[in-house]
Design a protein around this ligand. Structure first.
Ligand code: ATP
Ligand code: MG
Length: 285
C-alpha cells in the first residue's frame, strides 16, 4: 500500500507545531534521532524533515506529496502547488520598516530607495502593483541589520511583536501581507494518496474545530432553562440533567472560544452558578 509523503520543517519555528498537529490527529511518529525521514506507526504517512524553503519545490516535483509551511514561503517560491488547508498557527505579518527617526508620508517614501529582504518576489509584486520603483537587495537572513550597516534604506521582513525592529532602530510603516501555516499538496496525487489526504484533512479539521470551541457545564434554576438555552445552542441543543437539589438542573453545551466571555456575563445574570469551561480534544460536526 502506498503512503502519503508529508514534508515538514526540519528545525525551526514550524517544526514542533507541525509534529504536534500530527500527534493531535492521533498519528504516532518517532523522531528521536532527527532522521531525514520516518514512518508513522498507525497511519499511512511518511514524514520528511526538510528546510521550509525547499518544501514548495519538493511538493511541486512530487518528491513529497504534501507539506506544512508558512504561506509566505508558498507565495515567494511561486511553485505550482495547491493550498489545501490553513492550519492557524505561526501567524505573522510581512511588513516594510524604515529607520525610526525618518518621517513617513506614504508609499511614495520608497521611490528610488533600496530595500533589503529575504522575500524579493512578494516585494517586487507589491511595489509593481503600486507603481513604485525600488531597488531590492536580496539577503538570506538578519535582514533587520541592513539599514544600520548601510546596506539598504529600509527592510521588508517578518514582524511578530516588533521588538526586533525596535532593537535595530527601525519602525514598521506598512503591513504588506499576513501569513499563517498552511498544508500544501501536489496537484496530481494518485487516487490512493488523495484518499489518505482526505482522511488526514478530516482529522485536522476535527482538531482545529475542537481548539476553537469549549465545553461548558453549569448549574441553574429550572426556571432559567429557557433563557439560558437561547444563548447556549450547543451542537444541536444543550444537554439538561436534573440535579439532586429540587428545582435545579445542570446544563452542558459547547461555546465558541471567542464568544465565551460575553456569554458568561449573560449566564450569570440569568442565575447560572458553578460554571465550568473545559477544553475539547476532538470535535466532529
Ligand atoms: P529554515 O532553516 O527551515 O529555512 P527559517 O529560518 O526560514 O528556517 P523560521 O524562522 O523557522 O524559518 O520560520 C519558519 C516560518 O515560521 C516562516 O516562514 C513564517 O511563516 C513563520 N514565522 C517566522 N517568524 C515568525 C514569527 N516571529 N512569528 C510567527 N511566525 C513566524
Ligand atoms: Mg527558511
Amino acid at each position: 500500500m502506498s503512503k502519503l509523503k508529508i514534508a515538514i520543517q526540519k528545525s525551526g519555528r514550524l517544526s514542533e507545531k507541525s509534529l504536534d498537529l500530527l500527534k493531535d490527529c492521533g498519528i504516532k511518529i518517532s523522531n528521536g534521532d532527527r532522521r531525514l525521514k520516518t514512518e508513522a506507526q498507525n497511519f499511512p504517512i511518511e514524514v520528511l524533515f526538510l528546510r521550509d524553503d525547499d518544501i514548495p519545490q519538493y511538493v511541486e516535483q512530487g518528491v513529497a506529496d504534501v507539506g506544512i509551511l508558512g504561506e509566505n514561503e508558498v507565495w515567494e517560491k511561486e511553485k505550482d502547488v495547491q493550498i489545501v488547508e490553513k492550519l492557524g498557527f505561526a501567524s505573522c505579518k510581512l511588513s516594510l520598516a524604515i529607520p525610526k527617526d525618518e518621517g513617513y508620508f506614504g508609499l511614495e517614501y520608497f521611490n528610488n530607495k533600496k530595500v533589503a529582504t529575504s522575500y524579493p518576489k512578494i516585494l517586487k509584486k507589491y511595489f509593481d502593483e503600486k507603481n513604485i520603483t525600488v531597488e531590492i537587495e536580496e539577503i538570506g537572513g538578519s535582514v533587520e541589520i541592513a539599514p544600520g550597516i548601510g546596506l539598504a534604506n529600509a527592510i521588508f521582513d517578518i514582524v511578530s511583536t516588533g521588538s526586533t525592529l525596535l532593537m535595530n532602530g527601525l519602525k514598521e510603516v506598512e503591513v504588506v501581507c499576513k501569513s499563517t501555516a498552511v498544508l500544501i499538496s501536489n496537484k496530481s496525487l494518485v487516487n490512493e494518496k488523495q484518499a489518505i489526504l482526505e482522511k488526514l484533512l478530516f482529522r485536522i479539521k476535527a482538531v482545529r474545530t475542537a481548539v476553537e470551541n469549549k465545553y461548558i457545564l453549569l448549574n441553574a434554576p429550572i426556571t432559567a432553562v429557557e433563557k439560558i438555552s437561547s444563548i447556549l445552542p450547543g451542537m444541536k441543543a444543550p444537554t439538561i440533567l436534573p440535579l439532586a437539589e429540587e428545582g435545579w438542573v445542570s446544563i452542558h453545551s459547547v461555546v465558541k472560544e471567542d464568544e465565551f466571555w460575553e456569554i458568561i456575563d449573560q449566564l450569570k445574570t440569568f442565575g447560572a452558578q458553578g460554571i465550568l469551561v473545559v477544553p475539547i480534544e476532538k470535535m466532529v460536526l
